[in-house]
Ligand binder design. Structure first.
Ligand SMILES: CC(C)(COP(=O)(O)OP(=O)(O)OC[C@H]1O[C@@H](n2cnc3c(N)ncnc32)[C@H](O)[C@@H]1OP(=O)(O)O)[C@@H](O)C(=O)NCCC(=O)NCCS
Length: 284
């Protein structure tokens, strides 16, 4: 097997992703995607791809998409050798072969998240008593001041496992909200402190084609926690996402996020999988 750095081998890349060349070109253009990629080639056929992206917290993340697990380790080795900084990846707890390929190349566990799923009906019953505390309002993303919403998102991320050190990037934020193909402003809800106009917390749900809606984030600024704001945001988000014709919604929550885990359990959520974030540390 050989590993080729992707330059313009579109047919090989499409084959390695298991899609047609036309679908690949459409996807690359739609997402304005020029991430570095490596293709695993076996007997002239593309059998797997590793791609790397950098998020605004300056973390390099690797993603693998393979037709055959023999491509895992050579791809991990080639892609991680291209960076001098720490490299992160995320693997499903049940994908032992993929995890083994990363650990064989020096990756170690950073943290674990559990994947929860809950029924909309059960969640709505559990949250029926959630009330917005006096002195707060809820607005949706299309009513929000873009700069304040962006600042809130950055501040809240500091308390979310894996997002520590996140330094906002307005362009990235725009691409991952209004610019995202499945963005529905009604499901991006912000709590506002009416006394001073401060944005105090947010919830967001993603409407994913062909998959259950995903609770992307629920977070409240520290000074506003414990008075029902989180439950009120969640209740509204569940109400909106329940109109998308799915029975359940899912979301990932870090093992140490005690309050969010309590909310999942209260909503009748069950753990369906886990995700492990692995890191290859450089310079330890
Ligand atoms: C999760 C979070 C949004 C809850 O916000 P909040 O405004 O404090 O929520 P509420 O006051 O409505 O409380 C909601 C529930 O959280 C749980 N909870 C709140 N504070 C808690 C605490 N100190 N210990 C344990 N559970 C707690 C309880 O189950 C509570 O429900 P109850 O009051 O009916 O018992 C908030 O803790 C937060 O922002 N955490 C950091 C971000 C995060 O980890 N988000 C999850 C990953 S996306």
């Amino acid at each position: 097997m050989q590993i080729e750095k992707f330059v313009d081998q579109f047919e090989l890349l499409a084959e390695a992703h298991g899609i047609t060349t036309a679908a690949l070109l459409q996807r690359l253009e739609r997402q304005d995607d020029d991430r570095p990629r490596w293709i695993a080639v076996e007997n002239g056929r593309g059998i797997g791809v590793a791609s790397a992206s950098m998020t605004p917290d300056r973390k390099v993340r690797l993603w693998l998409d393979c037709r055959d697990s023999i491509a895992y380790q050579p791809l991990v080795r080639a892609a991680s050798a291209a960076f001098r900084t720490d490299v992160y990846t995320s693997v499903s707890g049940s994908d032992l072969l993929l995890r083994r390929a990363f650990t064989a190349e020096g990756f170690r566990l950073d943290y674990t998240e559990d994947v929860f799923a809950a029924r909309f009906t059960t969640a709505a019953v559990a949250l029926r008593k959630a009330r917005l505390p006096d002195g707060f309002s809820l607005i949706t993303a299309d009513q929000a001041d873009g700069r304040s919403w962006f600042t809130l998102d950055n501040t809240l991320r500091q308390d979310i496992r894996g997002n520590e050190g996140w330094r906002g990037d307005l362009k990235w934020f725009a691409e991952h909200t209004h610019g995202a193909s499945n963005f529905d402003p009604a499901a991006h809800i912000i709590a506002v402190d009416d006394t001073n106009g401060e944005y105090a917390g947010l919830v967001r749900f993603w409407n994913r084609p062909g998959a259950s809606p995903r609770l992307g984030m629920l977070a409240v600024l520290r000074q506003y926690r414990g008075c029902g704001l989180g439950s009120a945001l969640l209740a509204r988000g569940v109400e909106v996402a329940s109109t998308w014709d799915h029975e359940r919604f899912t979301g990932e929550t870090a093992r140490e996020a005690t309050e969010m885990r309590a909310l999942w359990i209260a909503m009748g959520g069950t753990e369906t999988d886990s995700r492990q974030t692995l890191v290859l540390r450089r310079g330890d």
